[in-house]
Write a protein that binds this ligand. Structure first.
Ligand SMILES: Cc1ncc(COP(=O)(O)O)c(C=O)c1O
Length: 370
């Protein structure tokens, strides 16, 4: 039997206690109404699955080029040409999901002591990866409406600031940034020569207005998108990243010595995914977003989320987000406490990526807890 061995000090920078507490509390539930899951409830589109199987059958099972298979790279480049008017030799790296891209980005760009601006609440991976890379997360409070405020960002900049991380549509808030907000942030970033990381993994899930990408507004943007949410390929580990050529080249070198390449059959299927229309799924989530707002909007003072498939809801007065989540678990409803994504423990996150029936039932129970 293997025995315990000392762990590297950097691992003390990681902490999963917030989420673990929820899973511990939930462990005894037999058939919970699960509104905690951060992935689509629909399956991979049929044609995409068929292509992955066909790729395996025709022997497309070896390592691909580190930067990604050429067919997928060309397909992504065509999309970028259409969206931004960029040339087809745009720097591009196919990654193991957006998570893979984030890991490579932070390790490639962050020096020890560099400060990275995060807009709190934020996707929890960011702060952990920044810490792991030796950087220092600097959190800017965006409560109560989660709008990004360029003036607040400017005020947080020091000589050590290296980058700003944006995530629109956002996890956990569902907030979608407007063109004006992004342009204001771009002006600040340009003035201070900062890199902007734009995590656009939810770009397909935008309900009230057309999606705007930071990459079209700021020349020092590292843009990353993925296949996990749009095509329900969470287990297939596929994403991509584009940005300044020298950064993408170093990220590619690091991928060569770490992930090696994204899964080959997922890359083959990714080409088909990019040609697949997911608008029916997006319309479904738009409708579910409206269900959430109708049930909880006024009662909880919920800020209407414009995208992704989350709502970040204030806990009722007098109790913390974590206490409310414990109460909900008591009633068989699983949520994530806001403190998992934030320095504040005032909210809880609902994922509405579930069936109408479960969602309606969960919302009814939550409304009674208000
Ligand atoms: C904001 C955000 N970025 C990145 C990821 C990771 O996605 P991937 O499956 O592409 O690694 C997630 C997954 O929940 C996410 O919510």
């Amino acid at each position: 039997m293997p025995l315990e061995f000392p762990i590297a000090e950097r691992m003390a920078l990681l902490d999963a206690s917030g989420i673990r507490k929820v899973f511990d509390l939930a462990a005894n539930l037999s058939d919970p109404i699960n509104l905690s899951i951060g992935q689509p409830d629909f399956d991979v589109p049929r044609a995409v699955g068929d292509e992955a199987i066909a790729a395996i059958r025709r022997g497309f099972n070896k390592y691909t080029q580190t930067q990604g298979d050429q067919l997928l790279r060309q397909a992504v480049a065509r999309q970028l040409a259409k969206e931004f008017g960029w040339a087809d030799d745009v720097p591009l790296l196919i990654t193991c999901g957006v998570s893979g891209a984030l890991m490579l980005i932070f390790l490639t760009v962050i020096n020890p002591g560099d400060e990275v601006i995060l807009l709190d609440p934020y996707f929890v991976m960011y702060s952990h990866l920044v810490n792991l890379a030796g950087g220092k997360p600097v959190c800017i409070d965006t409560y109560p409406n989660f709008r990004p405020d360029a003036a607040k960002i400017a005020a947080a900049i020091t000589p050590r600031t290296k980058m700003i991380v944006l995530n629109s549509p956002g996890n956990p808030t569902g907030v979608v940034y407007s063109r004006e907000e992004l342009a204001d942030i771009a002006a600040v970033a340009r003035k201070h020569e900062l890199l902007v990381v734009s995590d656009e993994i939810y770009n397909a899930f935008c309900y009230d207005e057309p999606f705007v990408s930071m990459a079209g507004l700021y020349e020092h943007t590292l843009l990353t998108r993925g296949f996990s949410k749009t095509y329900a390929m969470t287990g297939w580990r596929l994403g991509w990243c584009t940005g300044p050529r020298n950064v993408i080249e170093k990220m590619t070198m690091l991928q060569q010595y770490s992930f090696v390449c994204a899964p080959s059959m997922a890359q083959a299927a990714g080409v088909v995914a990019l040609e697949t229309d997911v608008s029916a799924h997006v319309a479904e989530y738009h409708r579910k977003r409206d269900m959430v707002c109708q049930a909880l909007g006024e009662k909880f003072g919920l800020v209407k989320p414009g995208g992704a498939f989350y709502a970040f809801v204030p806990a009722p007065a007098g109790i913390s987000g974590s206490e409310f989540v414990a109460k909900a678990i008591d009633k068989n409803v699983l949520l994530i406490p806001g403190a998992v994504f934030s320095k504040a423990d005032t909210h809880f996150r609902i994922s509405y990526a579930t069936s109408d029936e479960k969602l309606a039932k969960g919302l009814e129970i939550l409304a009674c807890l208000a």
